[in-house]
Structures are given as structure tokens and as C-alpha cells.
Design a protein around this ligand. Sequence first.
Ligand code: COA
Ligand code: AMP
Length: 630
Amino acid sequence: MGYREVYEGWQADPEGFWMEAARAIDWDRFPTRGLKDDRAPFYEWFTDGLVNGCYNAVDRHVAAGRGGQAAILYDSPVTGTKQTITFADLQARTARLGGALQRAGVGVGDRVVIYMPMVPEAVVAMLACARIGAIHSVVFGGFAAHELAVRIDDATPKAILAGSCGIEPGRVVHYKPLLDAALAQARHQPEVCVIFQRPEEPGTLTPGRDHEWEAFQEGAAPADCVPVPGDHPAYILYTSGTTGQPKGVVRPTGGHLVALNWTMRNFYGVEPGEVFWAASDVGWVVGHSYICYAPLIAGNTTVLFEGKPVGTPDAGTFWRVIEEHKVAAFFTAPTAFRAVKREDPRGEMLAGHDLSRLRSIFLAGERADPDTVEWLQRITGTPVYDHWWQTETGWPIAGNPVGIEALPVKIGSPTVAMPGWDVRILGEDGTEVPPGTLGAIAVKLPLPPGTLPTLWNAEERYRKSYLDRFPGWYETGDAGMKDADGYLWIMARTDDVINVAGHRLSTGLMEEVLAGHPDVAECAVIGVADELKGQLPMGFLCLNKGCDRPHEDIVREEVARVRDEIGPVAAFRLAVVVDRLPKTRSGKILRAAMAKVADGQAYKVPATIDDPAILDEIAAAIRPLGYARA
Ligand code: COA
Ligand code: AMP
């Protein structure tokens, strides 16, 4: 069957399609039905099934006689370490940590925050939670203490599992002091913290609360896999929205197993036993779905890479890892290849590397710019596939399903909607617009298995953020169009979310931090185009009347504040002081027009603008930084 037949098969019987896919998962009790729709527009999948995520990712492969196969290939150029962990090892490690967590009182439905770098223990921690039915919430290491505290207060974890430090090129990230600072700010306190001590920088343990990783597990009885209902949350993953408060995306266990398993063979085109590598971080959805869960569920070997595309030690690292670990399919963000291209434009570092096992390269997380895609195709001779999805969806909405059929690539388009997804482009009035017309990208409800049923502790926000604007549809927050062949083109966000080096960031959150400066009366943050990172945040500051402090000092303080409160991942370095901000007559800041000015793009002066001259003032203020050039 080709793509068209599979897609039409899903359209003809969506529930039957997913019930069939569910057969590839090992259930303790097979669900009697797929979709639960009695609370529409809130939907759930496989609610009366019983299943365990860790069993499906680990134990079932051991039971099938594949215990000796590598589950995780840990490759860490930043520490000079490599480790192979078999499925049997992983079973023993998750059982041991799961048992220790149970002994400490962590049970089904309890939350566990994981704040760890890219070490095998992070994946063991996630799977150990799944094993005992605890709900994990991984926080990316590039976030600072305050952001960690916000997530701790929202998830209210019983336990926190953390690494003592992370290693960034040329810098140690002090995870343990950051955790201590977060707990000093948080209202909620966990009962226990377990610290994985790394030799590069062991942390100081707080007596009574903190335990060393090994000591915590000493003598614990190994935990069995605890079956949970299909709609039991496997994890909460916080992502950026319009406001400073992150959205806690909930991932239900059953749908997540079924959908992820389906994607490995049908979408990524890999067979059990083959090596899959997603170069991302366990702190992001790509890391959850395609470093940890999906490859393991499908019986693939996953590569856990603690390094960067460049500088660890050089721009040939990707090629070295692909060759050494015989990677069949590789997935990363376009920005990673832009970094490689910048250092090695002619692909000279590829020479001598055998990439013959590599069948496909997948890109996602941000727009795949044609230059980078063409360059990558040219130097590797390997097909490059863009695909589009979000933290909320957990797996690809649109892409090129090479496991079913490789469709013709149109560079700049992530290709077509996957089974499960009825993607349409809607106009302001909520009706579908003709092919080639720009509009809001929406998905007809119900969403397929594995997608978010709600936001943690925030059902109303879920409804407002995704369901209210177009009743009966899920609003993706992306704008774009569909062409006459049904290919999608993703153009921009419709909200104030920006994408910096494949990392999704909230300008609203940055504005909250900037506004907290005692000399700042008002501010705005926009995303400006950047050759390497796709976008960079840029701040505009209006000072309090009478403030005569040097502008450079205030800018420097604001840059430091964003780094301290949000974290280095915000990559906030650009800011200017301006007299006033362009606004509509009703007081709304015209961020989209400012972004166009900054990028030197043609723009229409909004009819509603208070005073059009302000956009010229904005342009003049940022020209010295190299922006607003025609
Ligand atoms: N823990 C702590 N700090 C981190 C971190 C982590 N896990 N990841 C990044 N940071 C820090 C970086 O050290 C950097 O700090 P600095 O300001 O002191 O230099 C800052 O956050 C910004 O990081 P980043 O945006 O990643 O920029 P970079 O210059 O370090 O690297 C790339 C640029 C393109 C090489 C890098 O972004 C990359 O590899 N991206 C891959 C894309 C990716 O993984 N996307 C995830 C979704 S698929
Ligand atoms: P995240 O939730 O961090 O995965 O970010 C999701 C957002 O990243 C999407 O809503 C898009 O704005 C953007 N994005 C992800 N993949 C692509 C892609 N292939 N092309 C364009 N934008 C993308």
C-alpha cells in the first residue's frame, strides 16, 4: 500500500486504524475501544486498556530474546565516555531505580521531576517512572533556577532526580546549585531528591533531603511493571506559550505507545534492531519521543549523544557517530546542520566516513531552509526529509512517510499530513481557504492517539489556547498554506512564540523578566531572523521618566536578568532603549510590524497604528546592531 491508500484507510475508519495499530503493543488488558468521545471536545484514547510504558520499551524485548541487543549507545564527546546498555541492562536498571522510588513512597500518579543532562541515567529515570506508573516531568538543563521552580510548583513532584552537573563546551552547568536555588524559590518541596554525581562536578548534598544515586538504590527490591489505564499520563512536558507561565503538555500512556510505535516503521522506515539517532536533548519533545520512547518501544537501538554538532571536537562529529554506530536514520534540527555548514561549508570533514548505513536524514523543530537542505543532500547524497510537529502532538503531523512510500520532496515543505491528521488551512472566519492561500493551520478534532488530551492542571487554558478559536478544530498556532498537491507549507507562528536554535521560547516570558527591571517602564520582545539559529530574541526597553542611567548599563543588566531567570537557552543578547513602542490606538504593541522592520522586510504600515513615525524610530535604534537594513 502506498501513502494515499494508508491515509484513505485511516479516513474511512479512524478508530479501526488505531485499534489495529494498538495490536503491536503488549497490553495487560487490550482496550475494548479506541476513542472516548463523551466529553467532546475533550477526547481520550484506549481508556479501558491496561498497559505499561516501560514494559513495552524494555521488558518485552528481553522476553522476546533480544536482551543482548544494545538499547542505548551513549556517546559523550564532552566527557570522552562511551557506553553500551543492552535491553537486559536497561531492564535491571529501571527495575532497581523504580524499586528504590517505590521504597521512598513514589507510586502511581505521583510526579517526579527529572533535571538531568544527556546521560543514560536520564533515560533510566524516565523509564523507571513509567515502570511504576509515576508521571515524569523532565526539565531542560538550559533553563535557570526560576524556570525550574515554576515547573516544580506546577507539577508538585514527590521526588526530583537530578544530575550534579552538565557539560557544555568550555563550561560546566551547575545543575545541583541550580536545583538548590529553585527549591529555595519554590512553594512546593519534594520529599526526596536523588543526585547523580558526575565526577566533573559532584554536588553538595543536603542532609535529610538529598541522596546519592547509587546509595538511594542500595538494597531496593526490583520493581515490576505496574499496568496503568491507557489514558494515565506518562509524562508532563512544559512548553512555551504566549504568557510567562509554561504549558504543561500531558501525554497519555496508551496513545503514546501506539502512535510512537507506528511511526518508527511507517514514518521513519526503520526496522527493529536498526540504529536510530535523534540529536536533540531529553528536555525537549524530540528527546522524549525519539531519543527515549519510540526507538525503544519499536526495538531499535537509540543513540544518546552528549555533545554539539560543532566544537565537540569539530564539525565532523555527526559523521563520526553515524559511521561508528551504524545509524540507519538520523534526526536533528536544521540549526544543527547550519552550524556544521558554517564551519565546514564544503563538507570536507565527511571525507573518509562511511555513511552507507544511513538511509535518511529527518529535520524538524523549525523551518528547514532550502539552502541547508540542498547543501545537506549534496554533501551526503542521502535523502533529507523535513517534518512538522509540536510538543503538543508528540509525533509528526506532516512529513514524508518513507516507511510506507517516499513521496517526491518539495524543498521548503514538510510534505503531507500523516494518517490521524486532517489538516486544513482556515481563514479568519474559520472556513477553509483555497490551495495556495495563507491561513491558520488547524487539525480536525479528535486528534489521533499520543497527542495532548489537556494541559496539566489547566483544562480551561487548554480549551482557550487550542480549541476556542475554531470550534471543532485544534489550532496549531502555526500559519501556512497547502498547495494543490496537498503539500503543507509552514510559514510562521500566529502567537508570540519564537524559535531559537530549534528551541521554542516565549517572548511574553522574556517581557515579564525585562519589565521587572526597576528602571524599565515598558518593553517588548520580538524574534529577529538569524542565519544560524533561525531566530533570536530582541528586546526594546522604554525607561521610566527621569531615569538618566547609561543605556548600556541597563541593557547589560537586562541581558543578565534574562540569563539568570530564564536561562542561557533564551540566547538573549540583543536589546535597545527606545523612547516609545509602536502601538495600535487601543494600546496593543505591534510586534509583527517591528519584526518585519528588524528583518528589513517590506511591511504595510498598519492602519490602526497610533503614530507611523515610531516604526522609523525603531529601525534607527537597531541599525547599529546590524538590523533593519533593507
Ligand atoms: N544545559 C545547559 N545549558 C545549555 C544546554 C543544556 N542542556 N543547552 C544549551 N545550553 C546553553 C548553551 O551553552 C548556550 O550558552 P552560552 O550562552 O553560555 O553559550 C545557550 O544555552 C544557548 O544554547 P544554543 O541555543 O544551543 O546555542 P549554542 O551556541 O550553544 O549552539 C547550536 C548552537 C546550533 C550548535 C545548538 O543550538 C544545537 O546543537 N542545536 C541543535 C538543535 C536542537 O537540539 N534542538 C532541539 C529540538 S530538535
Ligand atoms: P516544539 O513544540 O518545541 O516542537 O515547537 C513546535 C513549533 O516549531 C511548531 O509549532 C512550529 O512553529 C515549529 N516547527 C516545528 N517543526 C517545523 C518544521 N518542520 N517547519 C517549520 N516549523 C516547524
